[in-house]
Design a binder for this molecule. Structure first.
Ligand SMILES: NC(=O)c1ccc[n+]([C@@H]2O[C@H](COP(=O)([O-])OP(=O)(O)OC[C@H]3O[C@@H](n4cnc5c(N)ncnc54)[C@H](O)[C@@H]3O)[C@@H](O)[C@H]2O)c1
Length: 254
C-alpha cells in the first residue's frame, strides 16, 4: 500500500535499478514505487527479484523485472534496450548490485579479486555506459552505491575496498564529463546497513578490533535509510548535486 503522505517525486519517471532482489536494492525499489516511479528491476537472484516485483506491483507501480548479471557486457546492453522498449525512456539509473568476500590477502585468489572487481566496478561502468545515451536524452541522473570501504581501509576486504574506491572515482569522472550536458552522477557510501551483506564469513584469525574501526556509532540501521538517500539524489530535489559522495554510516568515518 502506497504511503499517502510521501512525496510523489517519481511520477512519470522510469528508473532502472540493479540489485533489486534484496537489501538496499529491494528497499529502494519499494521507496521509489511509493513515490510513483515506473521501475525496471534487475538482479541475478531471480526468485527474490520476482518477489520484489510483486511487492512493487502491490504498491501500484508499473514494473518489469529481468535477470541481469551486471558483469556481462552484452546483458547490460540488452537490459537498457529492454527498459527503453518497455517504458519508452529512462530518467534514472541506480546501480546497487554488489558482492563482498572477506579474506586475508594471501587467501584472496586472483579469481576472487577479479569477480569482485567485475561485479562491483565493471558492472557499474557497463550500466552507466549503456544508460548514458538515454539519460542524455531525458536529462536524467545516476546514483551509484559505493561504500565506506572505498573511503577508508577495510581489513580483509582489499578487493571490495578497491572496487568501491573505483566506483567513487568513476562517478566523479562521469559527473565532470556529463553534468554540463544535463546528467548528474552521485554516489552514496553506506556503512553498517543491516542486510545479508553485513553477515559475511569472517576469516579465521581476523582481528575483530580492526573490523570494528568503521562501525556505525549508533549501531546498524535498516536498508530503508539508504533507500531514502538514493531516492533524494535521484529526484529533482537534488538538481544542483552532482559529483558528490555521501556517507550514510552513523558517523563511523566522521
Ligand atoms: N550492507 C552494508 O552495510 C553496505 C555497506 C556499504 C555498501 N553496501 C553496498 O550496497 C549494495 C547493496 O548491498 P546490500 O547490503 O543490500 O546486500 P545484498 O547482498 O542484500 O544485495 C546485493 C544484491 O546484488 C545482487 N547481485 C550480486 N551480484 C550481482 C550481479 N552480478 N548482477 C546483478 N545483481 C547482482 C544480489 O543478488 C543481491 O540482490 C552493494 O553494492 C553493497 O556493496 C552495503
Amino acid at each position: 500500500m502506497a504511503d499517502e503522505t510521501s512525496a510523489r517525486r517519481f511520477q512519470e519517471k522510469v528508473v532502472l535499478l540493479t540489485g533489486a532482489a534484496s537489501g538496499i536494492g529491494r528497499a529502494t525499489a519499494l521507496r521509489l514505487a511509493q513515490e510513483g516511479a515506473t521501475l525496471f528491476l534487475a538482479d541475478i537472484a531471480e526468485p527474490e527479484l520476482e518477489s520484489t516485483a510483486k511487492e512493487v506491483e502491490a504498491i501500484g507501480s508499473q514494473v518489469h523485472a529481468q535477470r541481469l548479471d551486471v558483469s556481462r557486457e552484452e546483458e547490460t546492453e540488452a537490459a537498457l534496450a529492454a527498459c527503453v522498449a518497455h517504458f519508452g525512456g529512462l530518467q534514472a539509473l541506480c546501480n546497487v548490485a554488489g558482492i563482498i568476500r572477506f579474506a586475508h590477502l594471501a587467501d584472496t585468489s586472483f579469481e576472487i579479486w577479479r569477480r569482485i572487481l567485475s561485479v562491483n566496478l565493471d558492472g557499474t561502468f557497463l550500466m552507466c555506459r549503456a544508460a548514458m545515451p538515454h539519460l542524455l536524452e531525458s536529462g536524467g541522473n545516476i546514483v551509484n552505491v559505493g561504500s565506506t570501504a572505498g573511503l577508508s581501509g577495510l581489513p580483509y576486504g582489499s578487493a571490495y575496498g578497491a572496487s568501491k574506491g573505483g566506483v567513487h572515482a568513476l562517478t566523479r569522472a562521469l559527473a565532470v564529463e556529463f553534468t554540463h550536458r544535463g546528467v548528474r552522477c552521485n554516489s552514496v557510501c553506506p556503512g553498517s546497513i543491516d542486510t545479508a551483506m553485513m553477515r559475511p564469513d569472517i576469516p579465521e584469525g581476523a582481528e575483530r578490533r580492526l573490523l570494528a574501526r568503521s562501525s556505525s556509532l549508533h549501531g546498524p540501521r535498516g536498508p530503508e535509510r539508504v533507500a531514502e538517500l538514493i531516492a533524494f539524489l535521484a529526484s529533482d530535489e537534488a538538481q544542483h548535486i552532482s559529483g558528490e559522495e555521501i556517507r550514510i554510516d552513523g558517523a563511523a568515518l566522521a
